[in-house]
Design a protein around this ligand. Structure first.
Ligand SMILES: [Zn+2]
Length: 178
């Protein structure tokens, strides 16, 4: 059984991150929102960039969101300690209205500096993970090619339909003239 490091009434510090968003120019289209695709027959066509495509009916934006994580450390007062085997959970800042937050012992530090140091250790990994997810659509040439092929096929189908409808109208008009 572990004995708790902090006691009721102690001031403890917990590190956290503040997410700051900014945008970078899309590395795939360089902000132009367009990509040139060469198909197997040598034809080159311009398609909307998939790297900065936000999804849905929105057009590609030419830029991609990225985040910067800033470390913060906040002071809390221990208002409850609960022991469960080897884990110690603390109740922090409980007020008269019954609001409080919970923290595991490994999340808490005695000084603000230590809390900031702890958060800093994870910061790079957290930032990289989030930014990797935001960049997930870039360098996905397979889907651009798919898009290009799909739209080309649609154009061909619609052109064929259009020609067929034109022909029918011409037949109707020809009959009408007779
Ligand atoms: Zn792009």
């Amino acid at each position: 059984m572990k004995s708790p490091k902090y006691a009721l009434g102690d001031t403890v510090y917990r590190g956290s991150y503040e997410r700051e968003e900014h945008y970078i120019t899309c590395p795939d289209c360089g902000g132009t929102r367009r990509i040139l695709v060469t198909l197997h027959d040598g034809t080159t066509i311009t398609v909307e960039c998939g790297g900065c495509y936000p999804g849905g009916c929105e057009p590609s934006t030419g830029r991609i969101k990225q985040v910067t994580m800033n470390c913060r450390a906040k002071a809390h007062t221990v208002t409850g300690v609960s022991l469960r085997g080897d884990s110690v959970e603390y109740q922090l800042d409980a007020d008269a209205a019954g609001n409080y937050s919970l923290a595991d012992e490994h999340e808490l530090y005695t000084t603000r500096e230590e809390a900031l140091g702890g958060a800093e250790q994870d910061r790079t990994a957290q930032e990289a993970e989030q930014n990797k997810r935001l960049m997930a659509k870039t360098k996905d040439a397979k889907s651009w090619a798919w898009n290009a092929t799909y739209h080309r096929r649609q154009i061909k189908t619609l052109e064929r339909e259009l020609a067929s409808h034109r022909e029918k109208v011409q037949i109707c008009e020809a009959q009408h003239e007779v």
